[in-house]
Write a protein that binds this ligand. Structure first.
Ligand SMILES: NC(=O)c1ccc[n+]([C@@H]2O[C@H](COP(=O)([O-])OP(=O)(O)OC[C@H]3O[C@@H](n4cnc5c(N)ncnc54)[C@H](OP(=O)(O)O)[C@@H]3O)[C@@H](O)[C@H]2O)c1
Length: 229
């Protein structure tokens, strides 16, 4: 699959790029600056090369990165979420899946990273759904997956809760998430549930500050076999 990661030069986007490229996906890192995207792509390729020899990550400006992608993953600070979606609009088209991992943390407007900003639509992902062109399927995922952990070599000890109003798109993204070793990708129901999942991240940031960790989440008590792993 061709995957574009908008804001992919950052901590979360580059971590996802590494994990998906290791799983054999073709990634384009997006940035406001194409040269910076190319530099980061090269650095990530170096890391992958030491493992498998593959070169699977390229760089482009955010708009170019989106044009031919089947899946576009949004990993930018919330402060520019709406403006970025407006900028990307001409490059997005029906049939694409837009995965939003953005968390509206108050830190993106100078507040605390343990608090959330109120979003009129309910969540960043619901704002994305309002701003995306018709026919683009919006999926919320990866909000609780620590960038630090993604950049490591170990399995990722975290559930990824996937929310969408489009069941087929959600299943595709759950299948993608499962390619990250250790991840169990859960059906989080409708896109409106992204309000809850985004807010969990603020709680996790608090744990990380108090306990100096890189926390994630696991949901217990689900029937065995409900999820592949
Ligand atoms: N870090 C985590 O562990 C984590 C976990 C889950 C979810 N998230 C969420 O994922 C998103 C990205 O997090 P991050 O830690 O990767 O953030 P980050 O490293 O601070 O930023 C990601 C990228 O966004 C671009 N960017 C920065 N300011 C921008 C602006 N004003 N307008 C447009 N692009 C801008 C930058 O790329 P260019 O300068 O190259 O354009 C930057 O490399 C956030 O919403 C965060 O809440 C983060």
């Amino acid at each position: 699959m061709k995957i574009a990661i908008v804001g992919g030069t950052g901590k979360e986007g580059s971590g996802l790029a590494l994990r998906f490229a290791r799983a054999g996906e073709t990634i384009t890192i997006g940035s406001r600056d194409a040269a910076r995207a190319a530099d980061v792509a090269e650095q990530l390729n170096q890391q992958i090369r030491t493992g498998t020899g593959a070169i699977q990550i390229s760089g482009a400006d955010n708009v170019e990165a989106c044009r031919s992608a089947e899946i576009v993953i949004l990993t930018i600070p919330f402060e520019n979420h709406a403006a970025m979606l407006k900028l990307l609009k001409p490059a997005l088209h029906a049939g694409q899946i837009l995965v939003d991992a953005t968390v509206p943390l108050a830190s993106s407007i100078g507040g605390r990273a343990t608090r959330m900003i109120g979003v009129w639509q309910g969540s960043a992902a619901e704002q994305a759904a309002e701003l995306a062109p018709e026919g683009v399927c919006v999926v919320a995922a990866f909000h609780n997956t620590s960038a630090e952990v993604l950049h490591g070599d170990d399995a990722v000890d975290c559930d990824v809760i996937v929310c969408s109003d489009d069941k087929a798109a959600a299943e595709k993204i759950r299948a993608l998430a499962r390619k990250i070793p250790g991840v169990r990708a859960l059906d989080g129901g409708k896109l409106e549930n992204s309000r809850i999942v985004e807010q969990i991240t603020a709680l996790l940031v608090g744990f990380n500050i108090r306990d100096k960790g890189h926390s994630g989440i696991r949901i217990t008590g689900l029937p065995q076999g409900a999820y592949e792993k």
